[in-house]
Design a binder for this molecule. Structure first.
Ligand code: ZN
Ligand code: ZN
Length: 337
């Protein structure tokens, strides 16, 4: 079955590149202006592999996750450490007076166009209008299911006088400039920014970037550690399993909460380098010493071959990674000792 997928156009662009190391820059910066993973490699699949995957892909039955109505009172009067899963990789993380939104996507499709591309099967747990004022938006990378133009534009018009501050990986700022969004800070891996009494660190993860056939790996991808007095959180973004997670714990210390991707992992021969499965996500949770972990990147868009309910079932089977319903606000105060 040929599935319309954002992955397709991007993978078509994969040109085998014998890129050279840029010696004055960090090792993940290449002289041709692209980035590689911390293992020195770019994720590059030949076209033949893409065709094989598409030819063998099964029909995936759409799944709508049961959600709970947003607890608007809790969102407008948050505790010092609470988190709400809105769907896919979009969380509302509220810590010490800051409202932080991760990879916001409220659109019907994860696609450059509104009439084609992966369609949402579970609606967002709340509308953009129901969000409390957002202070910070974190963008892990530029794939369409993580960086959604209509959602960013809507956030900007919703808060014309106090727009959010955006933290994005290196070389992603130009995209925001074109949109007229100015409060954008680019972070390289291991760089950080102070925001009030919180610090946001960009950290390496194993993935790739692309929004068109011409921009593969020209912008960086990242996870974020959000360090505030009441909670230290790792938002993984999109990643395969790698040694990056042990490195994160070594350099920045263990975390209280890990927001980990658990879906888009089949077929393994094609997806493993870029997307972890729930068991690998459990390894991440252990690597970073997280006291609690919540699964994301599942149950919202069908991007790959596994049945849509399977990531949640396998995460539940770990006994560690939680799978809250979209819309449920989890108060973490007093639960992390
Ligand atoms: Zn991605
Ligand atoms: Zn993704």
């Amino acid at each position: 079955m040929l599935r319309p997928s954002i992955v397709i156009t991007s993978l078509l662009a994969s040109c085998a590149s014998s890129v050279e190391l840029n010696e004055e820059a960090p090792e993940h910066h290449r002289r041709d202006g692209t980035f590689v993973n911390s293992n020195g490699k770019a994720i590059d699949k030949p076209l033949s592999a893409l065709i094989k995957w598409q030819r063998e892909a099964p029909d995936v039955i759409p799944l709508t996750l049961p959600s709970v109505p947003p607890q608007l009172d809790a969102l407008t009067n948050p505790s010092d450490a609470q988190v709400t899963w809105i769907g896919h990789s979009t969380f509302l993380l509220q810590v010490d007076g800051l409202s932080i939104l991760t990879d916001p996507i409220f659109s019907e499709r994860a696609s450059p166009v509104s009439f084609a591309g992966p369609k949402r099967t579970t609606p967002p747990a709340m509308t953009l209008e129901q969000l409390p004022p957002i202070d910070i938006v974190l963008i892990s990378h530029n794939h369409y299911d993580h960086l959604d133009k209509p959602s960013i534009k809507a956030l900007q018009s919703k808060q014309p006088d106090n727009p959010p501050s955006y933290y994005v990986p290196l070389r992603q700022k130009a995209w925001f400039d074109k949109l007229g969004v100015s409060d954008v800070t680019e972070l390289d891996w291991w760089a950080s920014a102070e925001i009030g009494n919180a610090t946001v660190h960009a950290v390496p993860v194993q993935h790739w970037s692309s929004r068109s056939p011409f921009d593969r790996n020209k912008a960086l991808w990242a996870g974020f550690v959000i360090d505030s007095p009441s909670l230290r959180t790792l938002f993984v973004g999109d990643s395969g399993y790698s040694n990056d997670f042990k490195a994160i714990a070594q350099r920045l210390g263990t975390v209280d909460l890990a927001l980990v991707p658990i879906g888009a992992y089949d077929p393994r021969w094609f997806m493993k380098s870029a997307h972890m499965n729930p068991e690998e996500a459990l390894q991440v949770v252990e690597d970073v010493g997280a006291k609690r972990a919540i699964g994301m990147h599942w149950g919202t868009f069908s991007l790959t071959d596994e049945p849509m309910a399977e990531p949640g079932e396998r995460a539940d089977a770990t006994g560690v990674i939680e799978t809250p319903k979209p819309g449920e606000t989890i108060d973490l105060i007093g639960t992390l000792d």
